[in-house]
Design a protein around this ligand. Structure first.
Ligand code: PLP
Length: 444
């Protein structure tokens, strides 16, 4: 019997022993195509020799040095690479060990920014429903994921509130234009600022492309520009959570580069280190930095393992490979192949309501009725069944329930590594269709 506390206490997941490209090999000898890199993490696929070598060399040279005393070469080089050319005015990086830690850092930095400016009243954060920002208490308080919040609701901070997500498939009204929908959402955010008190809001947080909670939901054109304008009008910061959708996943290094806006603070993680080491981080604009530099002079936040040399060496090599091999061009090209195959296969599928995403970041939403978008009953656990069938067929995908409102709805996320070829896409789509058909056959 296992001594490890697994995600489900009484379940023993199969043991994965090795990986090569898209293929994971299990202890039983079975092979699985990892079509989602876990949770959109393994952006280079598995078993990359260059990254393994960089990790080994760094561990031998310097495994750890406390950031209270020293910096390290890989941390300096990684920061340099990420803010090279000042993308969107981002000029500094701060590294942590996970996405949740990145969001904690973003929230605390936003609060400290206002304190440095003497705006002590700014204690409130606004985020969106159907969002996920992490499992630690601050990041969870910002999250709109009803299922993950539920057991902890009573111990979550109260200085967080949520507005509607930008979720056109479910929430744009019939006959409502993009412009009218965006205007309605901007007005809702404005009303929330007014309700809270505009001088009490520290920041607005959003995933640029919503990840697992709602399934690769891209923003309606103009949405982020309208949201940015509301934040600017009231002196609140814009925190973009690109932990899942960033670092190339949507075809540009940052997902916001396709939205015509820039964040004040950006959180990154999964694609930063591609899963080779646990690493996340925040990227910070001059505006925020300036307030700290000309105020107290120190970000009052830290972790023992921040800017860990081995984690930074891994992420540095991952990012160098993406650049050297021009993998973002591949994300766009093969992402387009993935999109067209998914649309071809599921565009008219009786139990798929929507196919959505961008780059190598796609989701299909499973519905009981595609005309009225009615989801299957939650007790049927459709997304879980698709996952099990897919795994049995040799396909790894990332399914989630609660797509519509936190309890109803099912979707499956497909996020192949940036190295995927056109030939890799067909078996993924074939096996996914079989897993969905087997599931529907069971529950219908
Ligand atoms: N933010 C987003 C958008 C995520 O998708 C996740 C994880 O799935 C997190 C934050 C939390 O990251 P982690 O699980 O590394 O703490």
């Amino acid at each position: 019997m296992t001594k490890l506390l697994h995600r489900r206490v009484s379940a023993q997941p199969e043991i994965a022993v090795s990986g090569d490209g898209l293929i994971l090999t299990l202890a039983s000898g079975r092979k699985v195509i990892d079509a989602s890199g876990g949770a959109a993490v393994a952006c280079l696929g598995h078993g990359n020799r260059r990254v393994a070598k960089a990790i080994g060399e760094q561990a031998q040279r310097l495994g750890y040095a406390h950031t209270g005393f020293f910096s390290s070469e890989p941390a300096e080089a990684l920061a340099e690479l990420l803010v090279e050319g000042r993308p969107g005015g981002l000029t500094r990086a701060f590294f942590v060990s996970s996405g949740s830690e990145a969001m904690e850092a973003a929230l605390k930095l936003a609060r400290q920014y206002h304190l440095e400016k003497g705006e002590r009243k700014r204690t409130h954060f606004i985020s969106r429903r159907q969002s996920y920002h992490g499992s630690t208490l601050g990041a969870l308080a910002a999250s709109g994921n009803a299922f993950r919040r539920a057991p902890y609701e009573d111990i979550l901070a109260q200085n967080f509130s949520r507005v509607s997500a930008c979720f056109p498939y479910h929430e744009r009204q019939k006959d409502e234009s993009d412009a009218a929908y965006v205007e309605r959402l901007a007005q809702e955010l404005e009303a929330e600022f007014q309700r809270v008190g505009p001088d009490r809001v520290a920041a607005f947080c959003a995933e640029t492309v919503v990840g697992a909670t709602a399934g690769c939901v891209t923003p309606t054109p103009g949405y982020f520009a309208a949201i940015r304008a509301v934040c600017d009008r009231h002196g609140a910061l814009l925190i973009l959570d690109e932990i899942m959708c960033g670092m190339g996943r949507t075809g540009t290094t940052h997902a916001w580069q396709q939205e015509g806006v820039t964040p004040d603070i950006q959180a990154v993680a999964k694609g930063l280190g591609g899963g080779y080491q646990p690493i996340g981080g925040i990227l910070i604009t001059d505006k925020v930095l300036w307030a700290i530099e000309n105020g107290s002079g120190a970000f009052v936040h830290g972790h023992t393992y921040q800017a860990h040399p081995v984690a930074c060496a891994a992420a540095l090599e991952v990012q160098r490979i993406i650049r050297d091999e021009d993998l973002l061009a591949n994300v766009r090209t093969i992402g387009a192949v993935l999109e067209s195959k998914l649309r071809e296969r599921f565009g008219q599928h009786p139990f798929i309501g929507d196919v959505r995403g961008r780059g190598m970041f796609w989701a299909v939403e499973i519905v009981a009725d595609r005309v009225d978008k009615k989801p299957f009953a939650p007790h049927l656990q459709v997304n879980d069944r698709v996952k099990s069938h897919a795994l049995a067929l040799g396909l790894g995908i990332y399914p989630t329930g609660g797509t519509v409102d936190g309890s109803r709805g099912d979707h499956v996320l497909i996020a192949p590594p940036y190295i995927a070829t056109a030939a890799d896409i067909d078996p993924i789509v074939d096996l996914l269709e079989r897993a969905i058909d087997l599931t529907v056959g069971e529950v219908k």
